[in-house]
Ligand binder design. Structure first.
Ligand SMILES: *Cc1c(COP(=O)(O)O)cnc(C)c1O
Length: 384
């Protein structure tokens, strides 16, 4: 009986348990202690970001972005439909209308050529998503945003430690949102960060994050008592999770390198099937341009995807797909809009399959995944 290969397995990279023990001995398990500030500082220095605020999730960071941009009922925000629910959920809770724009067939990122036709007098912001850790065309998006007076919040949930032209993804828009959920590259169970790239937003971001209070200013001695001054919520993570995260952040480059190895293995082993036109592989990219967050196959049809997924699952290999496009989900249909059909989104989301990819997957397990894909297409047991 061969063992099951999960789609994802959370991993311990190095000093996580040591740092958690240290956090406990420091007698401060609430927020904004030693490890929270270590994590912020590391991200600020590494990526040249004026202020990084650690938060409980990327969803929380996106919610803070909607509040910081002061989005109001009737406002419109442009974003892809091919994304996780949080990119749009943070808008709809303020009565903001998500305007879904189609993606490029090569990168599956927001198609920058389709953004301008979707801009109206009610447009306020663009929320680009860096799918699979590969950047959207940020120079074009920032140029369009500037010309139309729009704000930009990058959903860089999947793109921690990815670069574009030497700049870290998440550090380019007015705001950037990171995720450290256990399915991402760098993890702490549940966690995130808000990159405040526009310094004029820092003070209010700190207040919103701390229940609408000016506690940060109080601790810095800028005000003589701390009190309720604005909207806000509980967006401060626990020291325990930040201790875990700090150990992973220290190893960010090693994690990228390992994922690149896994990614390259799949790509090389599956190339023959791609050359025969049986599958399509992700567009190639340089080692800096991606953090190799995920590896996907595009199958010929939805029926082929379903059949391959069933075959792999029968063989104990967990392969999964995403997303149900948001414009076709019940909430997306109710609250969102589009200026034209989204043929690429509709097509790709039906044919995409993700393969197991996590830090300590073994080469033997990867070989088994590749072999079983071969068995599916060729009906015989042989390596290719
Ligand atoms: C994972 C993910 C999120 C949500 O991240 P959480 O930290 O789980 O809130 C948001 N957007 C995208 C594109 C994601 O992949």
């Amino acid at each position: 009986m061969t063992s099951r290969i999960p789609f994802n397995r959370p991993f311990v990279a190095g000093k996580e348990l040591f740092y958690i023990a240290q956090a406990i001995t420091l007698n401060n398990l609430g927020g904004d202690g030693h490890f929270t500030s270590q994590c912020s500082r590391l991200l600020e220095q590494r990526y040249g970001i004026p202020r990084v605020l650690m938060v409980p999730s990327c969803t929380a960071a996106l919610e803070m972005a909607a509040m910081l941009f002061e989005l109001e009922p009737g406002d419109e925000v442009l974003l892809p439909s091919f994304t996780f629910v949080s990119t749009a959920g943070c808008l709809v809770r303020h009565g903001v209308r998500p305007v879904f724009v189609d993606i490029r067939p090569d990168t599956l990122n927001l198609d920058e050529d389709l953004i301008e036709e979707a801009i109206t007098s009610r447009s306020r912001a663009i929320f680009p998503v860096h799918y699979a850790g590969l950047g959207c065309n940020m120079p074009r998006i920032m140029e369009i945003a500037e010309r139309h007076g729009l704000r930009v919040a990058e959903d860089a949930a999947q793109a921690v430690n990815s670069y574009q032209d030497g700049r870290a993804l998440g550090s380019i828009g007015h705001l950037g949102c990171y995720s450290f959920h256990e399915t991402k590259n760098i993890i702490c169970g549940e966690g995130g960060a808000l990159c405040v790239n526009d310094p004029s937003l820092i003070e209010r971001a700190e207040i919103i994050r701390d229940k609408g209070t000016n506690r940060k200013q109080f601790f810095r001695g800028q005000v003589d008592k701390y009190t309720w001054v604005d909207h806000g919520s509980s967006y401060v993570p626990s020291e325990l999770t930040m201790a875990f995260l700090y150990a992973q952040l220290e190893m960010a480059d090693a994690i990228n390198a390992r994922r690149r190895q896994i990614y390259d293995f799949y790509r090389k082993a599956l190339e023959p099937l791609a050359e025969e036109g049986l599958v399509r592989l992700p567009a190639p990219c340089g080692p800096e341009a991606s953090n190799f967050h995920l590896f996907y196959l595009l199958l010929e049809s939805q029926a082929t995807r379903t059949a391959l997924m069933e075959h792999l699952n029968k063989e104990g290999i967990q392969a999964v797909f995403h997303y149900v496009p948001l414009h076709s989900a019940p909430m997306g249909r109710l609250h969102g809009t589009t200026v034209r059909d989204l043929p690429v989104t509709d097509d790709i989301s039906g044919r995409l399959l993700r393969l197991p990819l996590f830090y300590d997957i073994t080469e033997a397990d990867q070989e088994r995944v590749v072999e079983q894909i071969g068995v599916f297409f060729r009906g015989v047991h042989r390596r290719f």
